[in-house]
Design a protein around this ligand. Structure first.
Ligand code: HEC
Length: 123
């Protein structure tokens, strides 16, 4: 009788353990997925955290940005610049625009250039 109870308890406990360990193993994997790859959500998120404080989420310019005369990223003035030049500006900065080469990889900068192009299409 007692042994039957103990066995059930052990079965129950090991099920809980399996679920807990499984959840712990799966969590970091799903986190990695969310952050990796230059897909549009990742670059959109990067733009929101690194650039939107000056450029606004839609690229039009936040109030802070407007006080610094940021150009509308959707405008032809910016969109006519070649990818290489946009990447160079993000990397080295320009005027009031800070340099991002120490905080962003080349891939991330390329993803941001693509994101800037997509702002134009959304307009
Ligand atoms: C501290 C505010 C600030 C932040 C943060 C910022 N920018 Fe800028 N950005 C500026 C200003 C100011 C200019 C205008 C520079 C000039 O022409 O003198 C500018 C200009 C630009 C231009 C256009 C340059 C041109 O010649 O037309 C691009 C493209 C750009 N920023 C992209 C980005 C991206 C991408 C990020 C995020 C990684 C970012 N910026 C973050 C302030 C900022």
């Amino acid at each position: 009788m007692l042994r039957e109870k103990t066995r059930r308890f052990l079965a129950y406990a090991s099920t809980i353990l399996t679920v807990l360990v499984g959840a712990l193993l799966l969590l970091p994997v799903s986190n990695l997925r969310a952050n990796s790859g230059p897909d549009s959500t990742a670059s959109g998120e990067m733009f929101r955290t690194k650039c939107a404080m000056c450029h606004g989420q839609d690229g039009a310019g936040s109030s802070v940005g407007k006080s610094m005369n940021v150009p509308d990223l959707r405008s032809p003035v910016v969109q006519k610049l070649p990818d290489a030049e946009l990447a160079q500006i993000i990397s080295n900065g320009k005027g009031g625009m800070p340099s991002f080469k120490s905080s962003l990889s080349d891939d991330q900068i390329r993803a941001l250039v693509t994101h800037i192009r997509s702002l134009h299409q959304k307009k």
